[in-house]
Design a protein around this ligand. Structure first.
Ligand code: AMP
Ligand code: FES
Ligand code: ZN
Length: 303
């Protein structure tokens, strides 16, 4: 099997792109797909500072390396969720890599910010673990971006994450979520950073192979709190469909993006943004969901 690009021995088959690639050409392919995604959606310009959320997993570690290779101005941020060994190991991977590469990284500790780590936070709310944790991460990321003048926050969400999310949104016909599901979420408010997902065309397997070919360290543990998350079932269902009919997963997600504007985004209700009466961050209610968890109304007088 020869590499379609350079004729050396190929290691990887990419049926969707009708090619077989050697290690080096595969790495270049992934880097090029990332650059194309950034340009296609005007995610950010070369001189725009990007805040990259780094979990320590294969996706964000690969994205960190690629954005540096592409010459983008990246500042990484890791949120220590306080979920036992999973968080300790994830944080170590990110910190050690930043130190070795001499790249900027900020670590935010959820417990220091809120008084509660994620397992403790779950006792304050009825939300499922991933929903509460996601809310806390999004809030802290946005608040840090705002305070430090980063107009854009990038995450390592990939095609498998997005396809699973899409399936979940369709199964429950969450029109509002469908309207907003995109590789780019523009800033709707002066206090909301733009969110971008430069890996939206790349699969779990492709990124894992990229990280391994590039000798990147990453934490491969599954969060113990998300083991029963629905998104894992959706990923499994899509993997089964993909096995029966290759190409299904790409078609499902990428075609959705083409038709989304026509079908869901045109019906997007104009939500008037208010500012949270406690923290001042944008919200659709009187108080934001973050403050409702950590500062329930009964405690308001004690603040
Ligand atoms: P996940 O939902 O765990 O698949 O993560 C999706 C993306 O969110 C990752 O690729 C990161 O960009 C970001 N992310 C998740 N967890 C963290 C964390 N603890 N700190 C910083 N970024 C994170
Ligand atoms: Fe958030 Fe597991 S990483 S619940
Ligand atoms: Zn608030």
């Amino acid at each position: 099997m020869k590499c379609t690009a350079c004729k050396k021995e190929a290691l990887i088959k990419l049926p969707r792109h009708n090619s077989t690639l050697c290690q080096e050409c595969f790495q270049k392919f992934i880097q090029k797909q990332t650059l194309l995604a950034i340009k296609r959606y005007h995610m950010f310009a070369k001189d725009e500072p990007v805040l990259l959320a780094v979990s320590g997993g294969k996706d964000s570690m690969s994205l960190w390396q690629i954005l540096h290779l592409l010459g983008d101005q990246v500042h990484a941020i890791h949120i220590d969720l306080g979920i036992g060994d999973f968080s300790r190991n994830s944080r170590l991977v990110a910190e050690e890599f930043a130190r070795n590469q001499n790249w900027p990284l900020t670590v935010i500790d959820v417990k220091m910010e809120t008084g509660y780590n994620i397992p403790e936070t779950l006792k304050l709310t009825h939300r499922p673990a991933c929903s509460a944790c996601g809310l806390v991460k999004r809030y802290l990321l946005n608040r840090y971006a705002l305070a430090n003048h980063f107009p854009v926050v990038a995450t390592g969400h990939n095609l498998d994450d997005e396809a699973a999310n899409l399936l979940g949104n369709i199964l429950r016909w969450r029109e509002d979520y469908l309207a907003h599901q995109s590789p780019i979420l523009p800033s709707f408010h002066a206090k909301l950073a733009k969110k971008v997902k430069p890996f939206y065309t790349l699969t779990d397997d492709e990124i894992r192979t990229y990280a391994q070919f590039s000798d990147l360290p990453f934490c491969d543990e599954i969060c113990p709190l998300s083991q029963r998350a629905k998104s894992l079932d959706y990923k499994k269902a899509l993997a089964l469909l993909e096995k029966q009919s290759p190409g299904t997963k790409h078609y499902f997600w990428l075609t959705f993006l083409e038709i989304n504007e026509r079908i869901f985004q045109s019906h997007r209700p104009a939500v008037p943004f208010l500012e949270c009466t406690r923290c001042g961050m944008p919200t659709t209610q009187e108080r934001c969901a973050f403050c409702n968890i950590f500062y329930p109304i009964e405690q308001k007088e004690n603040l």
